[in-house]
Write a protein of this length. Sequence first.
Length: 382
Amino acid sequence: MIAEHLYRDDHRIFQQTARRFVDEEVLPHRLEWEAAGTVPREVWRKGGASGLLCCDLPERWGGPGGDFVHNVVLAQELARAGGSGPAFSGHSDVAVPYIARYGTEAQKARWLPAAATGEAIVAIAMTEPHAGSDLQAIRTSARRDGDDYVIRGQKVYISNAQQAHLVIVACKTDPSAGAKGISLVLVETDRPGFVRGKALEKIGRKAQDTLELFFDDVRVPRANLLGEHEGQGFFQLMGLLVQERLSSAIRCTSMMQVALDDTIRYVKEREAFGRPVAQFQNTQFELADLWSGFLAHRVFVEWCIERHMAGNLTAVEAAAVKLRASEYEGILIDRCLQFFGGAGYIWDTPIARAYADARVNRISAGSNHILKMLIGRELLRA
């Protein structure tokens, strides 16, 4: 288990709760949710009732009052469902922390308790058709009109957008100011002019809805600006990318563990030429190589978890752990799939789902090509 040396008794009790939730509320519905392309809102409310949403949100804001290790525990349990389960992490680890860290007292009071119970699902909308990792190139605008903002633009590849009640939207409030002209604005999804596009069909994570969003002169009050002042959006985004990238690395490493466990069970049971596949030297050599590589990545992730909890994980370290974990996840799952032969190419086989689900991790939370550039620049800065 990842970071098991950090577990207390409450983490182990929480692990049992999370495991039971996945077994009873998630795994039996995988095919149904994949066909629907989304997870019902009721599942989110059940997750909230079990304390599985916003695990590290303080109790004063309606959260369970846990710490980041609870998020780590949950990521490992949800990894057993892969992209067939709810994208709790996008809500709890990525979107809600923007309100918790940067929101006004009124914004926190309105949204955080509901986010913890699952009554409000929160998404974040950064990416646009012409602006992926280059956030300064976004075109969505928020124009002041009296005491309101009028938002116009388009976002794409937005996770949890089908079910979201609130979207944190990256906008240009001052198009002439570059990064200093970006602000984050809270947009309720029942406002006139907010339009959800069709669900995008993906090669993986089929139950986790991903949409285009359109803002056709959506009017929101000035109080929906995240934080006290305009122009803070880019720096708010940079401030939370460390946790987003670490959370991505944790999910990648959790999926490696699941794939290895499934593969080890399979080669013990599957026979070829009259004996279990596990008895062949090639099988043993391959699995030894994959397990030792996984272990090295797990130790790196655990080191980053401890630094993050102490407030010391740097942006370049977070970029590095996300880069390495997502790259090795792809390698490991691909090599594990080979042991399954033709069965590994069939969607009903968990390793096939894992193979498809893994691919996006080299794109999301910062494309790996961009992360290499950021790391390289930091190394050469001196």
